[in-house]
Design a binder for this molecule. Structure first.
Ligand code: NAP
Length: 337
């Protein structure tokens, strides 16, 4: 049983902690916080050992009556791997600590690819992280792009990808990001960073992306135009995506015509936190015109990267050599389609 420390217990960290706990080949040794707020209290109530990132704040945790197990330095000295889920750009400072202690670490998409020089997606490049010390699970948007594009590339080859990314303004709890009432080109230059990020896991992909921020907290939404290398009937594309796990073909005709309805569908699944780990694609949007495939999909930004983190642990700790076996194991433990 391998041990995993979760450094940063926020939107991604708490989900990764629960996902790791659901596996039978790894366990959580601790989670970390800087503030003694409700998330810290609930982590302890859930049974996680809580470590603090800022030792000088021990008194604040004591005053709040939240039991701590020690400092982050102690937590990371006592584990096989750290999943770093701290806010973006804290990574470089933490990497120094991980290197000093000699512990492996997985970062999230808020950190730059250059930090580790190795990015991860379960379907695209699992093997490249096998046994490695440091890697970064690509962002929620890049994970979403990879999930649908990789099987299409495997089926018929991809010449060129163009994507318009409609991004949520903030996560549901982020009241500091609103209220807003605008559409914001983000960035107002072309390309956005998403295309180059995809190339860190789908090497050599010819992709250009543009991105917009909109006033929603529910999901991101992507509009893809994909020039195919080889002619293929639309039915073959549909069959390939239907077979692929962590991708769902859902239908507007059945009442799932928006991201709001996708989130309602997720609630009906009855999962913890109403998470939708899979990437839903609007079935009706799939079309091929003059050798170019069009489709629309959405991304539940809070949860889609979570199963990828579990697979990254298996790859880096050499628990499982075969990506499909790890994916199947993670999916089964988390109830993912
Ligand atoms: P978040 O909700 O703000 O959570 C960050 C967590 O890190 C909090 O628990 C915070 O604790 C803790 N923390 C802050 N400073 C720390 C430090 N120096 N040492 C240890 N812990 C520290 O952030 P998030 O949304 O989960 O994002 C984490 C990473 O995942 C980022 O790289 C982000 O870009 C990426 N990501 C986010 C999303 C998303 O939609 N949210 C999707 C995919 C990837 P306190 O609250 O106690 O300070």
């Amino acid at each position: 049983m391998k041990s995993v420390a979760i450094n940063g217990y926020g939107t991604i960290g708490k989900r990764v902690a629960d996902a790791v706990s659901a596996q039978d080949d790894m366990k959580v040794v601790g989670v970390s916080k800087t503030k003694p707020d409700y998330e810290a209290r609930m982590a302890v109530e859930k049974g996680y050992d809580l470590y603090i990132a800022i030792p000088e704040r021990e008194k604040l945790f004591n005053q709040a009556g939240i039991e701590i197990a020690g400092t982050v330095d102690e937590m990371i000295s006592n584990t096989d791997i750290v999943v770093d889920c701290t806010p973006g750009n804290i990574g470089p400072e933490n990497l120094e600590k991980y290197k000093k202690i000699g512990v492996k670490a997985i970062y999230q998409g808020g950190e730059k690819h250059d930090l580790t020089g190795l990015s991860f997606n379960s379907f695209a490049n699992y093997d490249d992280s096998y046994g490695k010390d440091y890697a970064r699970v690509v962002s929620c948007n890049t994970t979403g792009l990879t999930r649908s594009l990789k099987p299409i590339d495997d089926l018929c080859g991809i010449k060129k990808i163009r994507a318009v990314m409609v991004r949520r303004g903030g996560d549901p709890y982020q009241v500091n990001k609103g209220p807003i009432n605008a559409v914001v080109p983000n960035p107002p230059t072309v390309p956005s960073h998403h295309g180059p990020d995809l190339q860190t896991v789908m090497y050599g992909a010819d992709i250009t992306t543009v991105a917009l921020l909109v006033p929603t907290t529910l999901m991101h939404q992507h509009n893809l135009m994909v020039e195919l290398e080889n002619d293929v009937p639309l039915d073959d594309v549909i069959e390939t995506l239907e077979k692929r796990s962590r991708v769902l073909l859902l239908s507007a005709e059945e009442g799932l015509g928006s991201t709001a309805e996708f989130m309602e569908y997720a609630k009906e699944l009855g999962r913890s936190r109403n998470d939708l780990f899979e990437i839903p694609i609007w079935r009706e949007s799939l079309n091929i015109v003059d050798g170019e495939l069009f489709y629309m999909q959405a991304v539940h930004q809070e949860s889609d990267v979570v199963p990828e983190n579990v697979d990254a642990i298996r790859s880096m700790l050499e628990i499982e050599e075969n990506n499909e076996k790890s994916i199947a194991k993670t999916n089964k433990a988390m109830g993912i389609f």
